[in-house]
Design a protein around this ligand. Structure first.
Ligand SMILES: Nc1nc2c([nH]c(=O)n2[C@H]2C[C@H](O)[C@@H](COP(=O)(O)OP(=O)(O)OP(=O)(O)O)O2)c(=O)[nH]1
Length: 135
């Protein structure tokens, strides 16, 4: 049986805006936008992996709220799942510490202004209901 690697990403929402992160590496993904996150490690739940990754990458303290339905294939052997998440009160402001060089909090009107990774487009569409009515 082939193991598959789960990449968990956060639809981090604040005041009706979605956090988008621009990748700085590897070269084939650099400059494209994604939902921040990373690989789930063996024995780890996706929720814990997400909180860990967002602390490492953004310096932020977050809570995973609920799974966004669906899963999306990435490169062979990798699958993307998404959780809606929020910043905890008292968290530092998210910053592009690792893997990213720019962050944007996008309003529903701005969602498609950034160049999302192709494989993130359906995931972002599925996360839109978490931005609130009208998104
Ligand atoms: N985090 C994240 N990764 C994504 C998305 N879409 C997508 O194709 N990927 C790819 C990029 C990477 O090949 C892989 C996740 O790797 P990563 O570099 O973010 O994860 P990680 O922090 O656990 O990796 P590592 O540096 O520890 O090896 O999934 C997405 O929306 N979020």
């Amino acid at each position: 049986m082939t193991e598959r690697i789960v990449v968990v990403a956060g639809a981090l929402v604040r005041d009706g805006r979605l956090l988008a992160a621009r990748r700085s590496a590897p070269p084939d993904l650099a400059g494209r936008w994604e939902l921040p996150g990373g690989k789930v490690e063996p024995g780890e739940t996706p929720e814990r992996a997400l909180v860990r990754e967002l602390r490492e990458e953004l310096g932020a303290d977050t809570q995973a709220l609920e799974r966004v339905p669906g899963e999306w294939p990435l490169k062979p052997g990798y699958v993307l799942v998404v959780w809606a998440a929020r910043l905890l009160s008292g968290s530092a402001e998210p910053a592009p510490l690792e893997d990213h060089d720019e962050l944007r909090w996008l309003t529903p009107e701005e969602i498609w202004d950034v160049d999302w990774l192709d494989q993130d487009v359906p995931a972002v569409k599925s996360a839109l209901p978490w931005l609130g009515p009208g998104a």
